[in-house]
Design a protein around this ligand. Structure first.
Ligand code: SAM
Length: 274
């Protein structure tokens, strides 16, 4: 499960390379075909197009590149030379971005082992030294508990907070690590100002979702989306002070793949220990 142990076969590498070139070509096809006059704004992941095809979850160039600006670029001082814990690391996109931004070491935890394999393959393909990262295949709740207190400077919790009903348990496990910063990117329920968590069910068959089915209905996981009020109440109860990324001042021209941020049903926060 540590970085060096998994083999990535040549056909897999070849397929990933062909798919990522195709994704990059498609990104620029409309302007090449004269359908639009200006090229899309270049972004971080254009240099690493493997991530456009290693997942089907939010992997469009516009979404990945704007999230890069919000979550990585604007937080560079919390990442450079720091040790990072990337919760629900998926295909390693944010672990990799952190390493390229100068993180000293990244630990990624991801429950789906095929995504862990993909994360390792990406780091190898793009030449990151194996001593700078480890990807652990497992449940966030089990694996955080195995990490040492004071071993992590900055925790990434991107796209995960609403795929669990155990928010306070997660925050208490993060607090035990004693990180200085928590960068959180999460869906919220924008329909109320009340302090609530809206419980729903999601299928465990999708790579975006929880993998832990309910005992009474194993194909579905019970998850909770907090209102903004609930999110703030939970975070501040652990002594975090919060600063929101202002998506409306980010100069975004095309919101097509970012509607959740535009509409306030998703937020990006830097939490700093008071
Ligand atoms: C919506 S994706 C977010 C991916 C990435 N962090 C991002 O923001 O782009 C949620 C990820 O959480 C993973 N996941 C869900 N439940 C998990 C758990 N209990 N422990 C570890 N990973 C989990 C899923 O497999 C999936 O890769």
């Amino acid at each position: 499960m540590a970085a060096g142990n998994l083999q990535v076969t040549r056909p897999d590498r070849l397929r990933a390379s062909v798919l990522s070139r195709a994704a990059l070509w498609l990104r620029h096809a409309p302007e090449k075909m004269g359908l639009i006059s200006s090229a899309p704004k270049p972004g971080f992941f254009d240099q690493y197009p493997r991530f456009y095809s290693s997942s089907v979850v939010g992997a469009t160039p516009e979404r990945l590149n704007e999230r890069y600006r919000a979550l990585i670029s604007s937080n560079e001082q919390l990442i450079r030379e720091k040790t990072i814990l990337d919760l629900a690391a998926h295909d390693g996109r944010w672990s990799f971005a952190a390493l390229k931004a100068g993180a000293r070491h990244v630990t990624g935890i991801e429950v789906r082992s095929h995504l862990v394999e993909s994360a390792i393959a990406a780091a190898r393909e793009y030449g990151i030294g194996a001593e700078r990262y480890q990807f652990i295949a497992g449940d966030v709740f089990d694996q955080i508990a195995l990490l040492q207190t004071n071993s992590i400077d900055t925790v990434f919790c991107f796209g995960f907070f609403y795929h669990t009903p155990h928010h306070m348990l997660l925050l208490s496990k993060i607090a035990r690590l004693n990180p200085k910063h928590l960068i959180l990117d999460t869906a919220i329920d924008p329909s109320t100002t009340d302090c609530i968590v809206r419980l729903t069910k999601e299928g465990v068959d999708r790579d975006a979702n929880s993998l832990v089915g309910q005992p009474g209905d194993p194909l579905y996981a019970l998850v909770g989306t907090p209102s903004r009020n609930a999110l703030e109440t939970m975070l501040t109860s652990f002594g975090w002070s919060l600063s929101y990324y202002d998506w409306h001042r980010a100069g975004i021209g095309n919101w097509r793949d970012l509607r959740d941020y535009r509409d306030g049903s998703r937020v990006s926060i830097v939490a700093t220990r008071r």
